[in-house]
Design a protein around this ligand. Structure first.
Ligand code: KG4
Ligand code: ZN
Length: 334
């Protein structure tokens, strides 16, 4: 399967044989968008146009499978920036039409949800049903109960900001670079997470998160400390506040729904502190915490290939009329 992902600011193509990832090429636009401090949709679409063909060619070459050996094309068609999505979808339709191959549109979050099950290098983990998925990315903080392959029930979400937004906004207030998650994680390595007291909003319902108060608290801290602020300590304290809430809430929700496996996916799942704390706390409470390798946490086409292969196996086929959608609910049960 040849998979294509262009929903936001990474142009990516992957080649999979079953669950084995033979190639997963990602061309990131972060350097381009850094000058504006966030993703500019029009610039993203243009950068996808430039990168899409070289990225697909490199994926095929790396996989050592020629285009003639590809049996299906899968592509992210929802949700995302419509101009960005259109570039990948147009490439996918063209390849499907020229080669006479089946085409399947994939929901971006179903891709993230399937990312832990990819076989890549020495990483091979099987899902247990039911399991709980924690999606933590720039736009999403969601808890999804997966009762069977492809059967999703949204059981929780953030009441305000997403976890990635909390990282990005805190980074901006602290004068760190974009994207904020990586900048905070890097500088926090030399910081003391106990130096500054920041709030951990824990709504009573185990399924809900809230992060908007943190940004305000970091802003107050910067105003109060002025030039005397220790940025590594502030970054470490903000990172601890965000990850502590995610760890406590996700494991409480797993207990609440009586599941023993928690899959953590999305860009924020690349965070080292979140990964180690979840695994330590999970082990203590008898919950197996699965986190994909960091390259499969941030946006990539390998995860889209897995979700697409699954949809193909359940008989899903889209024609050349496949649409791009800015918003879309999780896919219906197969
Ligand atoms: O999944 P993703 O690549 O794109 C979306 O679909 O949103 O997630 C991007 C988010 C950004 O908010 C970024 O700051 C955050 O993931 N992120 C991190 C790390 N790497 C990326 N947050 C914390 N620690 C990291 N190492
Ligand atoms: Zn994503």
């Amino acid at each position: 399967v040849l998979a294509i992902e262009t929903s936001c600011d990474e142009t990516s193509a992957a080649v999979l044989v079953g669950r084995t990832v033979r190639a997963n090429i990602v061309s990131s636009q972060v350097d381009l968008h850094a000058q504006w401090g966030g993703v500019v949709p029009e610039a993203a679409a243009r950068a996808h146009v430039e990168a899409i063909l070289p990225v697909i060619e490199l994926a095929l070459r790396t996989s050592e499978i020629p285009l003639e050996g590809i049996t299906a094309i899968v592509v992210t068609n929802r949700p995302g920036l419509v101009g960005a999505l259109s570039v990948g979808v147009t490439a996918a339709k063209t390849l499907a039409a020229v080669r006479g191959l089946p085409l399947v549109g994939v929901h971006h979050l179903e891709g993230h949800m399937m990312s832990p099950w990819a076989w890549v290098d020495d990483h091979a983990v099987d899902p247990v049903y039911p399991h709980l998925g924690l999606i933590v990315s720039g736009g999403h903080t969601e808890l999804v109960l997966v009762s069977a392959p492809g059967r999703y029930e949204l059981v929780g979400e953030t009441l305000d900001d997403a976890a990635g937004e909390a990282f990005d906004k805190s980074a901006r207030v602290l004068g760190l670079g974009y994207p904020g998650g990586v900048a905070i994680a890097r500088i926090a390595e030399n910081g003391n997470p106990q130096r500054y007291a920041l709030p951990r909003a824990l709504p009573k319902d185990p399924n809900h998160f809230s992060f908007s108060g943190l940004k305000t608290a970091v802003l107050r801290l910067v105003e109060k400390e002025g030039a005397g602020i220790c940025v590594p300590d502030a970054a470490a304290s903000a990172q601890a506040a965000i990850t502590d809430v995610l760890v406590q809430k996700a494991l409480a929700s797993a207990d609440y729904h009586n599941v023993r496996q928690l899959a953590v996916v999305g860009g924020v799942a690349a965070n080292t502190r979140l990964r180690t704390e979840l695994q330590r706390e999970g082990a203590r409470r008898g919950i197996a915490v699965v986190v994909p390798p960091p390259a499969l946490c941030t946006d990539n086409a390998a995860m889209i290939g897995l979700a697409g292969s699954f949809r193909l196996a359940t008989g899903s086929r889209d024609g050349l009329g496949l649409e791009t959608l800015p918003n879309a609910p999780l896919p219906p049960n197969p």
